[in-house]
Design a protein around this ligand. Structure first.
Ligand SMILES: [Zn+2]
Length: 300
């Protein structure tokens, strides 16, 4: 247990907040002093990474949109740095390689300008562990299978939600002040048979610990599910959701607007949990991303 925590702490330290990749280019024949520049965090992007993109354009733009790994990237303008920023992500299933980001901007005079930039994606190293949970979670009864099926339909609807408007602002905050007990991406063998990949971050906290929203947003779901237990899903806009599981008490209602750092629940051990802890997941346009990297991103 202690070793896992040490590994998690080391991983967080490795993801240096100062690390950032970048590339700049001028189109052939373009005599302008200004050119496109695309920077990203973290410096080394891997499968499972959220990616913070920072773009400056040769001309002042009215709007900027992007496309990467078959997802739309929503950008907002940050006046102090005169750059456009947007959050994107790489699914766990994405193979290593270079993936072209396409940028389309519209100038104040209505001209359309575009740019392409290759962003390299590396392969993350994820661990494998064995987990023991009550039998019902690996061998559910017919009634429980029905409940699981109903949850699946609900989750598909809720988790597919994308609102382009940005509700989040500023750095993403940890939900609790506690050590990480399991990192994102660990391959898990439940009771020796059922396999799954850990698609979130676990914090080792006793039941009843106040849980804070990672950032501002709207409550998309606040209810009890079979595997997740008492569960809250927040929509931060731009396709970004955060999910809080195994709670002992939910303190927000669906549709409620919450602020960054606001208490939304108390932690617990409800649903498929080997004991009390907080599981936090980050979902971006249908894919799970590593919350630890999101928490390490520098923000304007
Ligand atoms: Zn977990």
């Amino acid at each position: 247990m202690l070793t896992c925590r040490k590994i998690a702490a080391l991983l967080l330290m490795v993801i240096s907040p100062l690390a950032a990749g970048n590339a700049a280019a001028t189109k052939p024949g373009n005599q302008s002093l200004h050119s496109w520049s695309v920077r990203w965090q973290p410096k080394r992007v891997v499968n499972g990474s959220p990616v913070m993109l920072e773009v400056s354009s040769p001309q002042r733009l009215e709007s900027l949109s992007g496309k990467w790994l078959e997802h739309d990237v929503f950008f907002f303008f940050d006046p102090p740095s005169k750059t456009w920023r947007g959050i994107a992500g790489v699914s766990l299933e994405t193979n290593p390689g270079k993936y072209v980001l396409t940028l389309d901007g519209k100038t104040k005079s209505g001209n359309e300008i575009s740019f392409q930039e290759s962003i390299p994606v590396g392969k993350a190293k994820y661990r494998q562990i064995a987990v023991t949970v009550p039998k019902q979670y690996t061998e559910p009864s017919p009634e429980q299978l029905h409940e699981i099926e109903q949850d699946k339909t609900l989750k598909q609807r809720v988790l597919a939600h994308v609102s382009p408007e940005r509700d989040w602002s500023g750095k993403f905050l940890p939900p609790v002040n506690a050590p990480i007990s399991d990192v994102f991406g660990t391959a898990r063998v439940f009771n020796g048979n059922v396999q799954s990949v850990h698609q979130g971050l676990d914090f080792g906290v006793p039941a009843g610990t106040p849980v804070a929203a990672l950032n501002s947003g709207t409550v998309l779901l606040a209810q009890t599910l079979f595997f997740e237990g008492n569960c809250v899903v927040l929509d931060h806009g731009q396709g970004l959701l955060t999910i809080y599981m195994h709670l002992s008490k939910i303190e927000v209602k669906e549709g409620e607007v919450v602020k960054r750092g606001q208490q939304i629940a108390l932690s617990g051990g409800t649903g498929r949990a080997s004991g009390p802890h907080l599981h936090v997941a980050v979902r971006w346009q249908g894919i799970y991303l590593d919350p630890a990297i999101l928490l390490s991103l520098r923000m304007p």
